[in-house]
Design a protein around this ligand. Sequence first.
Ligand SMILES: NC(=O)C1=CN([C@@H]2O[C@H](COP(=O)(O)OP(=O)(O)OC[C@H]3O[C@@H](n4cnc5c(N)ncnc54)[C@H](O)[C@@H]3O)[C@@H](O)[C@H]2O)C=CC1
Ligand SMILES: O=C(O)[C@@H]1CCC=N1
Length: 431
Amino acid sequence: MDDSGIKKQNWDVKETELFLEILKELDMKKCLDGRKVRNNKLFKVAHRRMTAAGYHRSVDQLKFRWKLLKSAYYKCKREPDSPAPTKIQGWWRYEKTMVAIMESRHPLVGPGVNSDRNDEVTEESDGEASVLHWPQPCPDNTTQNLDLIIKMDPEMDSQLKIGFIGAGNMAFGIAKGILSGNVLPANVKVSAPSSRNLGRFQELGIAVTHSNIEVVCGSDVVFVAVKPHLVPLVLNEIAQHVTDRHMIVSVAAGVTLATLEELLPENSVAIRLMPNLPCLVQEGALLFARGSHAKQEDGALLRSLLHRCGLVEEGPEAWIDIHTGLSGSGVAFVYLFAEALAEGAVKMGMPSALAHSIASQTVLGAGRLLRDSGKHPAQLRSEVCTPGGTTIYGLHTLEQGGVRASTMSAVESATERARELGRKSTAGSRK
Ligand SMILES: NC(=O)C1=CN([C@@H]2O[C@H](COP(=O)(O)OP(=O)(O)OC[C@H]3O[C@@H](n4cnc5c(N)ncnc54)[C@H](O)[C@@H]3O)[C@@H](O)[C@H]2O)C=CC1
Ligand SMILES: O=C(O)[C@@H]1CCC=N1
């Protein structure tokens, strides 16, 4: 076979970064066990995702690129002080992600272990790109992880039918996020009693109806996005149409999995999700908990659907109310702070429009730096403070106003309120 096309590839930075991010997200450490068939599946998923992003590389090209990246990683690991040049141009850009990928599979690559450090290649050398030599079989959960990856295959998302009951702000935020992934607008339907909010969904190409039952009958995944007190009413209405085909995802604050499961037919797959409004701009923070009949792969499917909405995490149900206070409601606390920042500037004489525009950019920049640097907020705060400078004077004033205690109390109150709504929904569902 002529493999010159495999060896001579010009990869640009963005493409390589995307490839590594995909491998990291697919958690390849758990999936590659040296068996060619599994490697192939993993690289096929990566190939589809790269293609969807506009990068057309064959599976063999991806494997060869990965082999070169691994080779560079081992070179640097062997000679940390003055690594020999690698065959990867601009290697330093990728080193951090490679370390994250490789070192998360630490038990397999540590010193003295039969690691794959000897399978280095250069672009001119061996070129046996189709077999990756992984050191030893992964534990038995490999098959399960592979199932998860296959569930997360974007092609699968594109075939799913998604329904929303309720056409409010949160349904719109999630729908926008989902559509920026692999779900097609033609596969989405939303219902609400009045047409008032439906227009903006139609603008996205989503079908609309006034019938909740129509949404359920035409969907695999149904998001229940009505106000919490309406959840029992809606679930009573749709229950007899819910089958084992469905995954019912409630975003209602406080409404517990126990309530959802009580109102749905036996063995229904129910998930409790707490999103937040920045899903609208794909910067949401979402936490979900699975009901007693929702399997790990149902969680993986939901993650895959929502991955463009922002950060998606799974946790025990007890954390959902806390997340509601921290993040579902927390965005409103941040807006209050942004508004107050701007008003402070207006008070000092700046035009309002400019003050608000700078306040929003300040919140955005502070948030991105906090997330991307991985530093503790106190560390970043100290980096802004010059001794005797302006910031420490301002911080002193904030502390005198009790901003820290009142923010903590705000999260606490919102969490408690979510718990209270949960108790009410449980009582309501038993009536
Ligand atoms: N807005 C937010 O930032 C967040 C909201 N949530 C939760 O999301 C849910 C929805 O909240 P929002 O979107 O803010 O509310 P919203 O008031 O904007 O939307 C509610 C929608 O439900 C529709 N509706 C009312 N009765 C209905 C029925 N019987 N059948 C079908 N649709 C019906 C309304 O027409 C409206 O379109 C709530 O349970 C809330 O706790 C969760 C996280 C954040
Ligand atoms: O205020 C509420 O009840 C909803 C839940 C979290 C954000 N908004």
